[in-house]
Write a protein that binds this ligand. Structure first.
Ligand code: FES
Length: 141
């Protein structure tokens, strides 16, 4: 079990050295999302092998929580079936980060996951507008 200080250092490490940062050529999934509170935006791209995520990248900018959460998410979902990615929830993101997340910061933490899930829905044929985290409930909601 990691201590809270180790979690904090892990978040900072992902922020300073984001994993899977960048773009993919001809991605099967590509979606962008915005946190309306700050205007920060990220774009997530993925290449598929059937319904499994073969490769994933993200780019954009934002606070440490949003960038670390997106970085951790890409590591987690690489090699995962889309159906399983859709089952990842807020609690999973919070435990990946392992640091206290305030209601306001919850939108930062969820930006990557919500954008990725919307990207999957769009890939499956749904008409999905650009993601905003406006509908992400805060802590305790
Ligand atoms: Fe913008 Fe966190 S302050 S995503």
């Amino acid at each position: 079990m990691m201590s809270s200080q180790m979690y904090q250092e892990n978040v900072l490490d992902h922020y300073r050295h984001p994993r899977n940062k960048g773009a993919l050529t001809r991605p099967d999934i590509k979606h962008s999302g915005q946190n309306p509170l700050c205007g920060d935006e990220i774009e997530i791209m993925a290449k598929l092998n059937g319904d499994v995520i073969k490769d994933v990248r993200f780019r954009g900018s934002g606070c440490a929580i949003s960038q670390a959460a997106a970085s951790m998410l890409t590591e987690r979902i690489k090699g995962m079936a889309l159906a399983d990615v859709k089952r990842i929830e807020r609690d999973d993101v919070v435990s990946m980060l392992g640091v206290p997340i305030s209601a306001t910061r919850m939108k930062c933490a969820m930006l990557g996951l919500v954008t990725m899930k919307h990207g999957i829905l769009a890939h499956e044929g749904a008409r999905v507008p650009k993601t905003t985290t406006e509908d992400v409930p805060g802590e305790g909601a």
